[in-house]
Design a protein around this ligand. Sequence first.
Ligand SMILES: NC(=O)c1ccc[n+]([C@@H]2O[C@H](COP(=O)([O-])OP(=O)(O)OC[C@H]3O[C@@H](n4cnc5c(N)ncnc54)[C@H](OP(=O)(O)O)[C@@H]3O)[C@@H](O)[C@H]2O)c1
Length: 189
Amino acid sequence: MLGAVADAADEDAVRAAFDLAGRVDHVLLTAGGYTGAGPLTELTREAAHEAYDQRVWAAVVAARLAAERMPAGGSLTFTSGNLVVRPTAGIAGAMAPGGGIETLTRALAVELAPRRLRVNTVRYGAFDTPLLRSVGGLPTDEAVREAGAELPLGRFGTAEEAGAASVFLMANTYMTGQVVTVDGGQILA
Ligand SMILES: NC(=O)c1ccc[n+]([C@@H]2O[C@H](COP(=O)([O-])OP(=O)(O)OC[C@H]3O[C@@H](n4cnc5c(N)ncnc54)[C@H](OP(=O)(O)O)[C@@H]3O)[C@@H](O)[C@H]2O)c1
C-alpha cells in the first residue's frame, strides 16, 4: 500500500505521485465536487475555472501522465454523475465539466486505443459518501436512511457498489469509450 497526496489538477504533483508508484496498470479518478454550483447569475469565472480544473483538467493530466507509463492493457476510469443528463437548477457551473468528462472519455478512448489503453467513465447516481452527506445536508445515518428511502431501491448506493463498477471497467478488456451508469435506477424515477 502506497499513499501520496496531490491536487489532481497539479501536473507536477501528480507526476511525482506516478513516479513514486512506479508501474501503473489502471487509474481511477474520483476527484471532483460541487464547486461552481449556485445560480447562474452568481457564477464567477474563478469558480467555473476551478470546476473545470477539478474534473476535466485533472483527467487530462492523469491521462497523459498515465499514457506515458502504462503498458498495453492499461485503463483509465473517470467519474461523472446523473446531474449531467438530468440537471437541477443551479448546477450548470458545476456540471458542465461533468459533461466534458464524458466527451473526453470518448475522445481519449479513440486517441489511446492504438496504444491498447482503454478509457471509460462511471456516471453515478446518489451514493452515501462524505460529499453526499455534506452537500445533501444529511449529517446522520438516520437522515441518510430517510432520504434514501425515496429512491427506487429504497436507499443510496454504497461506496462498495460504486467501486465495483470501476473494477468491472478495469477488468473487462473489451470496454472502452463507454459511460456506464450506476444509479440504482434513479434516472428512471
Ligand atoms: N456521492 C455521490 O452521490 C456522487 C454522485 C455523482 C457523482 N459523484 C462524483 O463521484 C466522485 C467521488 O465522489 P464522492 O462522493 O466520493 O466525493 P467525496 O466524498 O468528496 O470524496 C472525494 C475525494 O476526492 C478528493 N479530491 C477532491 N478533489 C480533489 C483534487 N482536486 N485532487 C485530489 N483529490 C481530490 C477529496 O479530498 P478532500 O476531502 O481532501 O477534498 C475526497 O477525498 C466526485 O467526482 C463526485 O462529483 C458522486
